[in-house]
Design a protein around this ligand. Structure first.
Ligand code: AMP
Ligand code: ZN
Length: 460
């Protein structure tokens, strides 16, 4: 079955046809590195990873590009307020460079812990300023942009197709209260390509319009073009990017290039926490470290995410994560029994499971359905062939099914859990937590030894 994906632009599922045979280029809007990624952000990258793995499962060679936003993302996506990096620098007394380096490193640790393959290239916005300036200049030359006292703005009224991704109507926006008004703009939806910087602004570069810094949207156009070419296959991001960021990317790229730049736009839905928004004030913006500290392995969080289709909202609760952990444990136990058996399976039966699996993943990445196929598969009579097919499916799930180890019967549950949490802490390179848990395990009379793919517990 040919891969089909839902294209936000056409609002329907379409057969995926790559520009180059058996090769796919994906651009994903990456993190703004001024704080730790929360588990909602990470859901967006689990989706990015599933897309890549499914393409690879289908035999595509994937080039995946994910930018690191280290300048230009203002507090409001609509170009108002302080730069997020700048604000963090003022709050901490560190330089934007130090902040970006620290949180980029943390982000990479998080994605490693969640088995998210590192993208082929992760360009930093600050390394691509000349490329951005060149596009802004071209848009000015072509009459799509104008200069004001505080920057260079894109004139949305010059692009009659503005709004085609999200369906927003420009004339309604002019009178609507939702868009913040900036005195310099000709239309409230016009967006900054370049901002002129005050002398005390920390991140600023020379440009034909004086010292300044780029707008957030232009970064993605510059870096996607640089690494994937003028037209590429797939652009991903969270649904929050549809109405502003991606609408603006389309407008500036198409006006600059004179043709479309992206063939398929794909967006992942939000993660809710306890049915509502994540927010600092509610104290519910959990990170991978929080998940690990509560005794869960990152892979169990990944399993939790895979149970909901990427275009559906997912509601995170600690009870839900506990249920995912239990289910994942049962799945691993079943698979261990298959692994231990040397009885062969009927190849035709296995082929029918593989067919159902492919049909599920190729139907717009229906990973929850594919997990259902795996659950049915493990119900078959015990056979090593079943285990091997599960490992084949795991190229898509990335649930470490090749690393499962039999639990030691004689070790009490609480010690097992502590050791699991310690294993997860080690995977997240949280050494302090790992040491703390080792001591806790020792206090309970057990010793933990690290192995290449897990750990071993024994009585002291
Ligand atoms: P940011 O670092 O704020 O630019 O966001 C990184 C990614 O996380 C973007 O693709 C957002 O769309 C996505 N995102 C932000 N909040 C959530 C959430 N609550 N659930 C799912 N994705 C989110
Ligand atoms: Zn972007």
């Amino acid at each position: 079955m040919q891969l089909r994906v839902y294209n936000t632009l056409t609002r329907k599922k379409e057969e995926f046809v790559s520009l180059k045979p058996q090769q796919a280029g994906i651009y994903s809007c990456g993190p703004t590195v001024y704080k730790y990624a929360h588990i909602g952000n990470l859901r967006a990258y689990v989706f990015m990873d599933e897309l890549r793995r499914i393409l690879e499962y289908n035999g595509y060679k994937v080039k995946s590009v994910m930018n690191i936003t280290d300048v230009g993302h203002l507090v409001s996506d609509a170009d108002d307020g302080e730069d997020k990096m700048e604000r963090s620098a003022h709050e901490t007394g560190k330089t934007p460079l130090e902040i970006a380096a620290f949180y980029t490193d943390q982000f990479m640790k998080d994605i490693d812990a969640l088995n998210i393959k590192r993208p082929t290239v992760c360009p930093k916005a600050t390394d691509n300023i000349p490329e951005m300036i060149a596009i802004v200049q071209a848009l000015l030359d072509k009459g799509y942009a104008y200069e004001t006292e505080d920057g260079i703005y894109f004139s949305v009224e010059k692009f009659p197709e503005y709004g085609k991704l999200s369906g927003i109507n420009l004339s309604e926006q002019r009178h609507g209260a939702r868009v913040e008004v900036n005195d310099f703009k000709r239309h409230p939806v016009d967006f900054a390509l370049w901002k002129k910087a005050a002398p005390n602004h920390l991140q600023q570069w020379d440009s034909p319009w004086g010292r300044g810094f780029p707008g957030w949207h232009i970064e993605c156009t510059a870096m996607s073009k640089k690494y994937l070419g003028e037209t590429f296959d797939i652009h991903t991001g969270g649904v929050d990017h549809i109405p502003i960021h991606h609408e603006n990317e389309i407008a500036q790229a198409e006006c600059w290039l004179g043709h479309k730049a992206v063939n398929y736009w794909m967006h992942s839905e939000f993660m809710l926490i306890d049915g509502g928004k994540m927010s600092k004030s509610l104290g519910n913006t959990y990170t991978v470290t929080d998940v690990v500290q509560r005794g869960y392995r990152p892979v169990e969080f990944r399993y939790f995410c895979l149970n909901v289709h990427y275009r559906q909202k997912i509601n995170f609760t600690w009870d839900g994560l506990a249920a995912a952990k239990t289910a994942y444990g049962k799945l691993c136990a079943q698979l261990l029994a298959h692994k231990a058996s040397d009885v062969p399976s009927d190849p035709d039966v296995l082929a029918s499971y593989k067919e159902k699996f492919v049909a599920a993943i190729n139907d717009d990445l229906n990973v929850p359905l594919a997990l259902g196929v795996l659950w049915n598969l493990v119900k078959l009579p015990k056979s090593r062939d079943v285990y091997n097919l599960a490992l084949d499916f795991d190229k898509v799930f990335a649930l470490d099914l090749d690393k499962i180890v039999p639990p030691k019967e004689d070790v009490p549950d609480d010690v097992q859990q502590l050791a699991q949490a310690r294993f997860a802490a080690r995977q997240a390179k949280n050494w302090a937590e790992s040491d703390r848990l080792r001591e806790e395990i020792a206090r309970r009379g057990y010793e933990v030894r690290d192995k290449a793919d897990g750990f071993e517990l024994s009585k002291k």
